[in-house]
Design a protein around this ligand. Structure first.
Ligand SMILES: Nc1nc2c(ncn2[C@@H]2O[C@H](COP(=O)(O)OP(=O)(O)OP(=O)(O)O)[C@@H](O)[C@H]2O)c(=O)[nH]1
Ligand SMILES: [Mg+2]
Length: 449
């Protein structure tokens, strides 16, 4: 494949020690060489670093180090040059300008990674993992992202593809050469069990992927309760920051207040809400509507009760409303007493104000969301919503195939469903990526990546 030569700044501009400008394409080395005063880059070996200056129109722009990676042993599998410059606001822009003047084109967001993919150096799951590596905020997120980057997701899908392809190939032989004695007759007795095995494998992957998705995207954790029970105090204590206003007045919080918490590798996206009650205050009313909406979208609900008083109707309504959700009941104001006792319900007793019992609360969150065994085993876990969605589609197509077999449809009809499943798997790794999908995915990358 032949592409033009692109250039982009791979680092953030601003007060930093260094910036890196990346150039990729068949002319990358020659173009940089025209601006470089130092050794002749054309004759430098791959994976070498040269010291010199970038000079344009006899004006020295900066003292730089230039790394050369010759095709195919580079990130994009093309000739790549990385210019390390001093940091700051001007230098990198000026060098980029000179590169453009000399025949480069400015890279689009994600274009370097896109080339790595288009040149077959990485598959789509690895490309997507690069973005996850960049976006990781906790070590667990990073571990998952690195699994994808090293090709574990690719291998996981490839194993399924191999099984499926074997099955499809057997059917094809049977359709093409029905007279072959040794071609296995694809009776339902063969198609149904083998397809069922595949569905079982996919289901096992999908079950684990719940944990993966939550690790990757963070847990949307909504703190709810009636007014004045200490929701905002709990948010502040968890975040170790006075983020929300706390007063003894009921109805203090009006809008949603958000903060992020790294809990032993789990990312919690905490949202404090307005206390839920009947009110005539217009602003508070809107706040309560927002609280209810956040509640409906939560992955985890922290339902806060005030232990210094007995339960009110408002508390009971909220207990009922959230009973089938993933929730933790938090008995706050433990320092003032414990008038609340729930039958058959676990309640974590804390004092948000005095920071008591917080660790127990955090442990409960971990217990609910981290399958320790899963992460410890270094098993491959799918976490990307797109991958999970496509795998579910593949599973559904396989179920259709089983159904068609059971209804004694001809094998070539069954094969259509199996091929659909095959395509879904291919879309995960990018073998079947549509142009639109590919351009949308890479446009989410940062510049220079
Ligand atoms: N003694 C004691 N007081 C607490 C505790 N937690 C919160 N409070 C007090 O309870 C009052 C209400 O606290 P907030 O955190 O504002 O309660 P809230 O649920 O956010 O209230 P709204 O925003 O009005 O819904 C404040 O005076 C807090 O200092 C606690 O654990 N013990
Ligand atoms: Mg509040």
């Amino acid at each position: 494949m032949l592409f033009d030569t692109i250039a982009g700044i791979a680092t953030m501009k601003g007060y930093s020690a260094l910036n890196v400008i990346r150039v990729s394409g068949s002319d990358a080395i020659q173009i940089v060489n025209r601006l470089f005063v130092g050794k002749n880059l054309d004759s430098q070996p791959t994976h070498s670093v040269s010291y010199g200056h970038i000079v344009d129109d006899s004006i020295v722009i900066d003292e730089v180090l230039v790394s050369i990676f010759r095709e195919p042993k580079s990130f994009t599998a093309e000739n790549v040059v990385e210019i390390s410059t001093h940091g700051g606001f001007l230098i990198a822009d000026k060098i980029l300008e000179s590169l453009i003047k000399n025949g480069c084109r400015i890279a689009e967001p994600g274009e370097f990674t896109k080339r790595a993919y288009l040149n077959g150096r990485i598959d789509l799951t690895q490309a997507e993992s690069i973005m996850d590596v960049v976006n990781a905020k906790t070590m667990t997120q990073l571990t998952l992202a690195n699994q994808g980057l090293s090709g574990q997701v690719k291998t996981l899908i490839a194993d399924l593809q191999t099984d499926l392809l074997t099955l499809i190939a057997k059917i094809e032989v049977n359709i093409d050469y029905p007279e072959y004695d040794d071609a296995i007759v694809m009776t339902n007795d063969i198609i149904i069990p083998q397809t069922t095995d595949l569905v079982t494998k996919i289901e096992a992957i999908l079950i684990k992927s719940n944990t993966g998705k939550i690790i990757r995207d963070g847990i949307k954790t909504v703190i709810v309760g009636k007014p004045n029970v200490g929701k905002s105090s709990l948010l502040n204590t968890l975040l170790k920051e006075e983020k929300a206003i706390v007063t003894e007045i009921s109805g203090t919080t009006r809008d949603l207040i958000e903060g992020e918490l790294n809990l032993g590798g789990l990312l919690l996206k905490l949202i404090d809400t307005a206390g839920i009650r009947n009110t005539v205050d217009l602003v508070e009313k809107i706040g309560i509507e927002r609280a209810k909406k956040a509640l409906s979208e939560a992955d985890l609900i922290l339902l806060v009760l005030d232990q210094s008083q007995s339960l009110t109707e408002a508390d009971k309504d909220l207990l009922e409303l959230t009973k089938n959700r993933v929730r933790i009941i938090v008995g706050n104001k433990n320092d003032l007493g414990n008038s609340v006792n729930l039958e058959n319900e676990k309640m974590i007793r804390v004092s948000a104000k005095h920071k008591i019992g917080i660790e127990a609360l955090e442990n409960e969150v971990k217990r609910l969301f981290i399958d320790e065994g899963l992460l410890g085993n270094n098993e491959t876990i799918l976490s990307n919503t797109r991958h999970i969605g496509k795998l579910k589609e593949a599973k559904n197509a396989l179920l259709e195939a089983i159904n068609a077999s059971k209804n004694a449809y001809p094998v070539d009809m069954v094969e259509i469903d199996l091929k659909k499943a095959w395509e879904c798997l291919g879309e995960i790794t990018g073998e079947y990526g549509s142009d639109l999908l590919i351009s949308t995915l890479f446009s989410k990358f940062c510049l220079g990546k």
